[in-house]
Ligand binder design. Structure first.
Ligand SMILES: NC(=O)c1ccc[n+]([C@@H]2O[C@H](COP(=O)([O-])OP(=O)(O)OC[C@H]3O[C@@H](n4cnc5c(N)ncnc54)[C@H](OP(=O)(O)O)[C@@H]3O)[C@@H](O)[C@H]2O)c1
Length: 280
């Protein structure tokens, strides 16, 4: 039997369909999530929320469609919030989650300190999971990198090339930052290695410092996302590549995470910049 990617459940699972609010419902991820929820027998699209937690337009809402105002939701109407929006939206969404006390899966990337603090505050009263990448393949890639960091001898170095669609607003990707940090944390830092990151290189940068991790962001008009890990040692190299062929990879993984999260106690699980998921 395969192990669930997020760990074992700590509370009894909900015995009826899990009632979910999708926040950012008109966005690329939000539309995919809403469609996947409507297809899943164990999930129910209870709210479809758009910008500033305001209605898309009540008059434009067809009969029978889910309500659009999260601020009017009562705690007993919802089991979970899933949110892929923008970093600026996160503090307001956190306040609603705190009020409702329901599970919150946040996929938004490029979080600032205010957003991270808001997630942490919500994590004190509700189960909250924030990750820059919900694809199951990336979860496995992280474990492979962790193994590689332990197995490869001193002298091996990592460079990351990430490629995304041109509409992505943050660079390098949050996933590339997590992977770089994970590698640095697993490598010994006792032989003058820098452990620093460089985002692209240009000009007379000099010889590559030992232990530096180079991250390079490619942006093309289309494409869901690629992370290429280039590991190099003496006389050989190794590449690990993950390609998300379309965004359904993230939607599928995020909904798996949501099912798991609704059976967890209040706690923030972070997958931002460290190899290990932190709890607080
Ligand atoms: N973790 C992962 O696995 C993963 C995977 C893919 C993407 N992402 C991240 O997820 C986020 C969204 O990506 P996307 O491609 O879906 O972007 P998108 O197409 O721009 O969708 C974002 C949606 O959020 C809405 N929104 C903005 N502020 C809001 C608020 N305060 N309340 C409710 N809705 C609000 C936007 O509305 P307006 O159009 O009116 O602004 C838009 O419809 C980005 O940060 C992206 O990097 C993460």
């Amino acid at each position: 039997m395969t192990r669930p990617p997020f760990g074992k459940s700590e509370r009894a699972p909900i015995e009826r369909p899990i009632r979910v609010a999708v926040v950012g419902a008109a966005g690329r991820m939000g539309q995919l999530l809403s469609a996947a929820i409507e297809e899943a027998h164990d999930l129910e699209l209870a709210f479809a929320v758009e910008r500033n937690l305001a209605p898309l337009g009540e008059e434009a809402r067809a009969e029978g469609e889910p309500p659009t105002r999260l601020e009017h939701a009562a705690p007993e109407e919802l089991d979970a919030v899933i949110e892929f929006t923008t970093a600026r939206a996160v503090p307001a969404i956190a306040r609603e989650v705190e009020r409702l006390g329901v599970a919150w899966v946040s996929g938004t990337t490029g979080l600032d300190e205010e957003g991270k603090a808001a997630l942490a505050a919500a994590g004190r009263v509700a189960p909250v999971l924030s990750s820059p990448n919900f694809s199951l393949g990336i979860a496995v890639l992280r474990r492979l990198l962790e193994r590689a960091a332990r197995l490869l001898p001193e002298g091996w170095e990592l460079e990351i090339v990430e490629s995304h669609h041109g509409a992505k607003v943050d660079a390098p990707s949050g996933t590339a930052l997590v992977l770089a940090d994970q590698w640095v944390q697993r490598r010994p830092l006792d032989s003058g290695r820098s452990g620093s990151q460089v985002h692209g290189r240009s000009g007379r940068v000099g010889p590559r410092p030992a232990g530096e991790v180079g991250i390079h962001a490619v942006r093309l008009p289309e494409g869901a996302g690629e992370h290429r890990l280039l590991l190099g040692g003496r006389g050989e190299s190794l590449e690990l590549i993950h390609r998300a062929h379309d965004r359904s990879a993230f939607a599928h993984g995020a909904l798996e995470a949501l099912r798991w999260l609704t059976a967890q106690p209040p706690r923030l699980s972070i997958r931002w910049t460290t190899g290990r998921s932190k709890s607080g």
